[in-house]
Design a protein around this ligand. Structure first.
Ligand code: GLC
Length: 439
């Protein structure tokens, strides 16, 4: 086996649980929840370190109850979580010995990442850490010529002497702390590469070697050489050591899922916001509905992918009420229909007109989104179905060959209106799932 196919084999093994679990919670939380205009605020509004400092002085999340977050995630049917240990602003929610710019030095006075890890673990969820490669606080992170730094183009920083290798030591050192001090970590979510800040610029091979030594089973995203915009070298037939274990499309569900150059499906996870921001944004009240999220989760699974759904807790440490309500509704659906999500993947049958299929062995799940005026056709399934049940309550869904479908002999049909009506509403308007046991 050459080194590259070994990388693919190991990736396959490592990501087994991940691709079964399918649904996770992303948590973006930090100082930016105080100004509450999203996590890019420092860059967008070009706020200096000095001016941003007031949020550090003020940060006091007395309402932080990670146990409640974990229970909420679990109830929603999520199986894992990823939380920002450090975002681009450089502020650390964890207790790092390498900086003073951390939660234990705020009024919070403690390691907030430790509490998150313990809470989620104790609810049986897998835990992941988001770590920003970018750092707008560190003195040796590129400033003047950088594309995103809040002080880009600022003459004051034009001739400041910097030593990027010093930043890299710091960044590697913090990753080491995160993967040494908290027991088993399931996912490492680096964010992100751009311009020439990519791959070996981060000393990526060295970093990955360390990560794998500390946490052999951890799975790592692809952003040491990619971003939400590009999938990077994970898509090549010969991935590199730092190409990552899964692709991370952002705010999009890829048309055909993510495949490599030889056409093989590779692990992927779409990360998606509930409103239009990752970090808390008090004026952003445009939320996706539970129905949309449920259908998008189904879409991901039907294309062999995962969904990482974001919440942005406020300055006090509370997940917005609206997000909580949506997650609860998703949970109600998941409670009855999770069999059609966990362990499922792309079906051997192509996408039906009225919705989507997911599949697990000989169980084919028909996710019916669209109402019909009569029989719903299951293309190519005539004589192939042993039994059909409504997944939510186990009741029989009758397979029929109606008189008016005599010309479509390849298809099997179901009809929720039978025996009385031709027109009906679906049992679940979010997503009616029929479990089809195949012969
Ligand atoms: C982007 C943004 C960042 C966010 C991330 C989530 O790369 O820079 O703010 O954390 O996407 O995928």
């Amino acid at each position: 086996m050459n080194q590259n196919s070994e990388i693919v084999q190991r990736r396959k093994k490592r990501t087994e649980w991940f691709l079964k679990d399918r649904f996770g919670m992303f948590i973006h939380w930090g100082l930016y929840s105080i100004p509450a205009r999203g996590e890019w605020i420092r860059s967008v509004e070009r706020i200096s370190n000095e001016d941003y400092q007031m949020y550090f002085e003020e940060f006091n999340p007395t309402g932080y109850r990670p146990k409640e977050w974990a229970r909420l995630a679990k109830k929603a049917g999520m199986k894992y979580a990823v939380m920002t240990a450090k975002h681009h602003d450089g502020f650390c929610l964890f207790d790092s010995e390498l900086t003073e710019y951390k939660a234990p030095n705020t009024k919070a006075r403690r390691d907030l990442i430790r509490e998150y890890i313990e809470a989620f673990r104790s609810e049986g969820l897998k835990v992941g850490l988001y770590y920003s490669l970018i750092d707008w606080h560190h003195k040796d992170y590129p400033i003047y010529n950088d594309a995103n730094h809040p002080m880009r183009g600022n003459e004051k920083y034009k001739y400041v002497k910097q030593d990027f290798s010093n930043y890299l030591d710091y960044m590697h050192g913090q990753v080491k702390e995160l993967l040494t001090n908290y027991g088993k970590i399931d996912i490492m979510w680096f964010d992100f590469s751009y311009d020439d800040m990519i791959g070996e610029k981060w000393r990526a091979t060295e970093l990955i070697k360390m990560v794998r030594t500390l946490q052999p089973d951890i799975i790592i995203d692809n952003r040491l050489d990619a971003s939400g915009q590009y999938n990077g070298s994970i898509k090549t037939a010969n991935p590199l050591m730092y190409s990552g274990d899964f692709a991370s499309p952002e705010q999009i569900i890829p048309p055909e899922g993510v495949i490599d150059q030889s056409g093989n499906s590779i692990p992927w996870e779409s990360c998606v916001t509930l409103n239009n921001n990752w970090g808390y944004c008090s004026n952003d009240n445009i939320y996706k509905t539970p129905k949309v999220i449920i259908r998008k989760l189904v879409e991901c699974v039907s294309k062999n992918g995962n969904l990482l759904l974001n919440v942005g807790p406020d300055a006090n440490g509370k997940i917005p009420e609206k997000s909580i309500d949506i997650l609860k509704k998703i949970g109600e659906w998941m409670e009855k229909n999770h069999e059609s999500i966990y362990g499922c993947k792309k079906s051997v049958f192509s996408k039906p007109e009225w919705g989507r299929y997911t599949q697990k062995g000989n169980k084919l799940y028909a996710h019916i989104f669209e109402e019909s005026i009569g029989p719903i056709n299951l293309n190519g399934l005539n004589q192939k179905i042993k039994k059909a049940r409504l997944l939510s309550d186990g009741s029989e869904v009758k397979i029929s060959s109606p008189w008016n479908a005599a010309e479509y002999s390849e298809a099997a049909f179901i009809n929720f209106g039978e025996p009385y009506h031709f027109s009906f509403s679906l049992p679940d308007e979010m997503d009616t799932v029929v479990e089809l046991e195949l012969i």
